[in-house]
Design a binder for this molecule. Structure first.
Ligand SMILES: NC(=O)c1ccc[n+]([C@@H]2O[C@H](COP(=O)([O-])OP(=O)(O)OC[C@H]3O[C@@H](n4cnc5c(N)ncnc54)[C@H](OP(=O)(O)O)[C@@H]3O)[C@@H](O)[C@H]2O)c1
Length: 338
């Protein structure tokens, strides 16, 4: 039994005013179990992981987190220490991603979280807690993108599949998973120095963002991609839609470049292309569990050891900065016990 006064470590982001402007900074503080929000389930965390949204929350983005001080961390994996829900029992190994975790609910950059039982997914057989956070929201999202593309009929025989933001979290896992499923993956990156990394995780070709956008003022471009997974939005997404082959699909899940994108109706009405939206935050619980089970079995993502690096609280702030500046590479797993 963990007592309400029990102290634990958490990475808390606070706001202060400097030169009449708000400044946000994080530090490791001691919190009490009683400080956690109400919930059916108390979880002693083993690992969390870093995502683009965490970098936004830690830097004061009000679209992600309304008020500070706040503990970010949209991903968490650990063991139940208290449970008021018949679906789980103390000692169960579980994963929590998405919902409101780390946004306006104290998140996974801590030794404990307390959440509603509806947010909890049992750790699937064949997966460790560390592996679940090597995947995290990035892995779930990449797998949801692949799932949507397959449901829309994409097969390896149709041709090359493009992945943008390929050295990032979602991008790296998308490259590796598509490669495992037999697709010829073209990785689009702003980091040409990471070409060897991208080949090592499963990319057949590596190209620059500029190459994807070449001639992109035209309403239709030469058909190049049977499918695509896009984390960027903006000009890149517009160019991808214009270069999809007849009936091709792009799974759109991010906005690291921009939320808006320039497009006409021509690719849709002359080539029948599909724009597929992917949301890992509010997907149906059954779908969430199905995808996690797949990731532990037939969709086990290869090369996680190349893309993942385990970090401690000490490195958290600099790693979040790297993500915000687009310097992130692969996945960062937070060992909350280190
Ligand atoms: N829909 C959902 O449920 C969902 C879930 C997870 C993430 N997301 C979104 O997906 C995006 C990626 O998340 P993540 O966790 O993978 O982030 P990440 O690890 O920081 O990776 C983002 C990558 O995007 C590329 N990039 C950065 N700036 C760019 C720009 N201006 N134009 C084009 N590419 C740029 C970089 O890769 P290269 O240098 O290799 O190009 C960067 O490493 C974010 O927008 C995030 O909010 C959405």
């Amino acid at each position: 039994m963990v007592m309400a006064q029990h102290l634990f470590r958490a990475f808390e982001v606070s706001e202060r005013v400097q030169d009449a402007k708000p400044v946000f900074a994080g530090r490791v503080v001691q919190k009490r179990i009683a400080d956690l929000p109400a919930g059916d389930v108390l979880i002693r965390l083993a690992f969390s992981s870093l995502n683009y949204k965490d970098a936004l929350s830690a830097s004061g983005n009000r679209g992600v987190t309304r008020s500070y001080p706040h503990v970010p961390g949209i991903d968490a994996a650990g063991t139940l220490v208290h449970c008021a829900d018949a679906r789980f029992k103390v000692g169960d190994a579980v994963i929590v991603t998405g919902h409101d975790l780390g946004m306006n609910t104290a998140g996974g950059f801590a030794e404990y979280i307390r959440v509603p039982a509806d947010w909890v997914v049992p750790l699937p057989d064949g997966m460790t807690l560390q592996q679940s956070m090597a995947l995290g929201t990035a892995g779930l999202t990449a797998a949801l993108c692949v799932d949507k593309l397959l449901h829309n009929g994409l097969t390896p025989a149709q041709g090359d599949v493009l992945v943008t933001g390929a050295t990032g979290g979602v991008g790296s896992i998308a490259v590796a998973l598509l490669g495992k499923l037999g697709f010829a993956v073209t990785a689009c990156t702003g980091k040409p120095r990471e070409t060897d990394y991208l080949h090592a995780i499963g990319a057949r070709h590596v190209i620059s963002r500029e190459e994807v956008m070449q001639g992109s003022a035209k309403p239709l471009l030469t058909p190049r991609w049977a499918g695509a997974i896009d984390v960027a939005g903006g000009e890149l997404l517009g160019a991808i839609l214009r270069s999809l082959s007849e009936g091709g699909s792009v799974a759109c899940c991010g906005l690291v470049s921009a939320a808006e994108f320039p497009i006409t109706t021509y690719p849709f009405i002359l080539r029948g292309v599909n724009l597929l939206g992917v949301d890992s935050v509010r997907i149906d619980h059954g779908k969430r569990r199905e995808i996690w089970r797949k990731l532990a079995a037939q969709w086990q993502v290869p090369h996680l050891e190349i893309m993942g690096k385990v970090i401690s609280f000490k490195e958290l702030e600099s790693e979040l900065e790297a993500i915000l500046e687009g310097r992130g590479k692969g996945r960062r797993i937070l060992d909350v016990c280190a």
